[in-house]
Ligand binder design. Structure first.
Ligand SMILES: C[S@@+](CC[C@H](N)C(=O)[O-])C[C@H]1O[C@@H](n2cnc3c(N)ncnc32)[C@H](O)[C@@H]1O
Length: 281
């Protein structure tokens, strides 16, 4: 469908207000490709008509659905397997050593899309049930996309989705086959995970700091100023002895002085204040 410049500007503005992401003019084509099927399934004749309805306001569901349609929700189970090896082999043992007394670990999968990352973490604990017996494992998954969070909460994944990154052994161990629908995460997994809608530009979720935060493949969509703002929030949410991980192509160094790279594991970020105390000690 054709998109008039006026409609594109209005939709881009709505998207930026809601998510903080700028859809620059050279990416306006995305509005056409993404919202054409969106309009067709809703019986809306054109993207200009959609923009007119959005401009009139009053239909918050249509606004939220339009924003969700424009977000890139690309994700998969155990995305970047090396990161999960690092978490299992290096980070969790170190976190556990610091949390021996309270036996509680809090993890935040920020911008988690449809939840595969949060469930991948939960499966790592479930796979070592004996090792973690008596521990309280709390994994919070959050995303700005309402539809993504709804799917994450349902724990339901299509055959296509489970085929992306989820080894067959873990699929059969931790998911039930649901006829005609796909696969549903088992209670042993879902019990560890909660999901909430959250904007990374706002204050961190309530409930205390996290021992480990994963915020992968999200910051790259934002301007340096917004990345800085998001990293401030992530720093506030990281426990003083906690760790934060970004996506493979992302770095905190250019946008924030709140984090420093771990001396032994360069892709792991530590809160700067704590790292300087522990280096001096
Ligand atoms: C490419 S996905 C990455 C998902 C997952 N972290 C991964 O690496 O597989 C980026 C996610 O960021 C979310 N997102 C975009 N803007 C956001 C914001 N302002 N606050 C929170 N999440 C946001 C999108 O909805 C999307 O699900």
């Amino acid at each position: 469908m054709e998109v008039s410049p006026r409609a594109a500007i209005l939709i881009a503005r709505l998207f930026e207000q809601a998510t903080g992401q700028t859809l620059s003019q050279d990416r306006f084509w995305r509005i056409g490709t993404t919202l054409t099927p969106f309009c067709r399934t809703r019986g809306i004749d054109s993207i200009d008509q959609l923009a007119m309805r959005l401009g009139q306001g009053g239909d918050s569901t249509l606004s939220l659905d339009t924003i969700d349609a424009l977000l890139n929700n690309e994700t998969s189970f155990f995305r970047d397997p090396g990161v999960f090896s690092l978490i299992g082999d290096e980070l969790l043992p170190r976190i556990a050593a610091h949390r021996q007394r309270e036996k509680r670990i809090r993890i935040w999968s920020a911008a988690c899309s449809t939840g595969q990352e949060a469930y991948s973490l939960a499966m790592m604990f479930a796979d070592q049930a004996e090792r973690w017996a008596g521990w309280r494992i709390e994994i919070l998954g959050s995303d700005i996309s309402r539809s993504a969070v709804e799917q994450a909460r349902s724990g339901l994944y299509s055959q296509f989705e489970v085929q992306r990154g989820l080894p067959i052994r873990q699929l059969l161990a931790w998911f039930d086959h649901v006829l005609d629908t796909g696969w549903r995460a088992k209670p042993q997994i879902t019990a560890m995970v909660t999901f909430t809608r959250h904007n990374l530009l706002g204050p961190p979720p309530a409930g205390g700091r996290f021992d480990l935060i994963l915020c992968r493949n999200a910051l790259l969509y934002f301007s340096p100023e917004r990345r800085h703002q998001m990293l401030e929030g992530l720093a506030l949410a990281t426990a003083p002895d906690g760790a934060m991980l970004l996506g493979a192509g992302e770095t905190a160094r250019d946008s924030s002085s709140r984090f420093v790279n771990d001396a032994d594991m360069p892709m792991v970020y530590r809160p700067a204040a704590y790292a300087s105390i522990s280096n001096a000690a």
